[in-house]
Write a protein that binds this ligand. Structure first.
Ligand code: ADP
Length: 447
């Protein structure tokens, strides 16, 4: 096992990793920008190194500074968290080239899944079902038109290098195709430096259901069931549940088998998530995330597992030590992402937290790096906390989340807590009747 790990991240996820390290008896090194000198992850870590100015590209994305920090402090491994360098294959490769362990999959697998066309063709060859669409990159508008006619409108043009919901354009009909194609390509080139695009049928009422996988370096692969992440705004998740209100245990077992078989054949290692759109009883793979996800806590609650601890154990070469039949699912978990944003306009709202009082009690978990007096910097993601609840049934989990959000005091900045309260009180949400389009419609309703 490692004796010291560097955490190449900030905010709640840096704390999440730090806590797992501490329970394993591993010393931690925090890295931070000049804007994060007072951040909680810096205060709680055993050592902290300033790696650059506020802008992420000069600090949290500064590979040379991070490696220097690891070398100076004698860290043996680096956990990238999510976002920043977590899906950067070159970073993973550089870390390993310096004799350190990257806590995650191999650089080759990160690269393979980071290119969505390669990810889809790889998964298809391994027997995973896909959304109907093009066989790969679309080289011309004519080819795009032909594929669109074949799969039927509406269609979605997507960037192979896309992420964070960017580089996607819908064409409702043939008349919109040319614009969608050129806008998607331009956006892809500007945002990702790669204008390769592909096409998928635009599904009208899917749910976003994803599967959590863990694989060790000894060929053992297991899944920890699904998360339903259909509640999204601009393709960004806001509230997640485990399990999905619409999936039976048999359906979970079946897709779980398909996914674990595929990853075993790939020789995948560490944590990964296969994302699917689920409509009319069919799963369609859209992409794989080769890292820990923001919403991992809902899985931890229903499966009673510490996924970060498992990631570290796997990276240290340990065997999982359990099989699929040892994994069971208990009760229901919900996560609300609390963003420092206006709950109606979604404009970011950084500033000083005048009062902070997190909720507690049975079945309530808060993952956050906030404290009273903390100044939320304007430079980074607006997510400032995750409230996670666990209860025997979905109805009880909803009641518990209501209760938790009522207790939650964050003064001085605006947050999306009022929006979460309205969602939880909505009869359609309570019945579990929603698709990926539901939240956008919900937020445009007058209230
Ligand atoms: P990103 O990597 O940018 O997050 P994804 O491929 O994971 O992109 O898609 C993000 C979201 O976009 C999905 O969760 C879903 O809401 C929507 N989406 C993606 N593909 C389709 C599709 N074929 N039909 C309808 N919605 C889609």
């Amino acid at each position: 096992m490692f004796s010291k790990i560097l955490i190449a991240n900030r905010g709640e996820i840096a704390l999440r990793i730090l806590r797992a390290c501490r329970e394993l008896g591993i010393k931690t090194v925090a890295v931070h920008s000049t804007a994060d000198e007072d951040a909680m992850h810096v205060r709680l870590a055993d050592e902290a190194v300033c790696i650059g100015p506020a802008a992420s590209r000069d600090s949290y994305l500064n590979v040379a500074a991070i490696l220097a920090a690891a070398t100076i402090t004698g860290a043996e491994a680096i956990h990238p968290g999510y976002g920043f360098l977590s899906e950067n294959a070159d970073f993973a490769e550089t870390v390993e080239a310096h004799g350190l362990t990257f806590i995650g999959p191999t650089a080759d697998h990160i690269r393979m899944m980071g290119d969505k066309i390669t990810a889809k063709t790889t998964m298809e060859a391994l027997g995973v079902p896909l959304v109907p669409g093009s066989d790969g990159e679309l080289k011309s508008l004519e080819e795009t038109r032909a594929v669109a006619e074949k799969v039927g409108y509406p269609v979605l043009i997507k960037a192979t290098a896309g992420g964070g919901g960017r580089g996607m354009k819908v064409a409702q009909s043939a008349s919109e195709l040319e614009e969608a194609w050129s806008v998607a390509r331009t956006e892809a080139r500007t945002a990702f430096g790669n204008d390769a695009v592909y096409l998928e049928k635009y599904l009208d009422k899917p749910r976003h259901i994803e599967l959590q996988i863990l694989a060790d370096n000894h060929g053992n692969v297991v899944h920890f069931g699904e998360r339903d992440c259909s509640l999204q705004r601009r393709h960004q998740k806001l509230l997640e549940e485990a399990g999905s209100p619409v999936l039976s245990a048999e359906q979970r077992d079946a897709i779980g088998r398909t996914a674990t078989d595929a990853l075993a054949k790939m020789g995948y290692r560490n944590a990964g998530t296969l994302e699917f759109l689920y409509q009319d009883g069919q799963f369609c793979f859209i992409e794989m995330n080769t890292r820990l996800q923001v919403e991992h806590p809902v899985t931890e609650m229903v499966c009673d597992v510490d996924l970060v601890r498992e990631q570290i154990r796997i990276a240290a070469g340990e065997e999982l030590g359990y099989t699929q039949s040892d994994i069971s699912f208990s009760g229901h978990a919900i996560e609300c992402r609390i963003n420092a944003e206006d709950p109606d306009t979604f404009a970011p709202c950084p500033g000083t937290v005048a009062v902070y009082h997190p909720p507690g009690g049975l079945g309530v978990r808060v993952d956050s790096a906030l404290y009273t007096g903390y100044r939320v910097p304007p430079y980074y993601d607006s997510m400032i906390a995750k409230v996670i609840v666990h209860a025997p049934t979905r109805a009880q989990a909803i009641a518990r989340m209501h209760r938790a959000l009522d207790e939650f005091v964050v003064e001085g900045i605006k947050t999306v807590i009022p929006l979460h309260r309205r969602i939880l009180a909505d009869p359609e949400f309570q019945k579990g009747e929603y698709t990926i389009h539901w939240l956008e419609q919900f937020t445009s309703r007058p209230h």
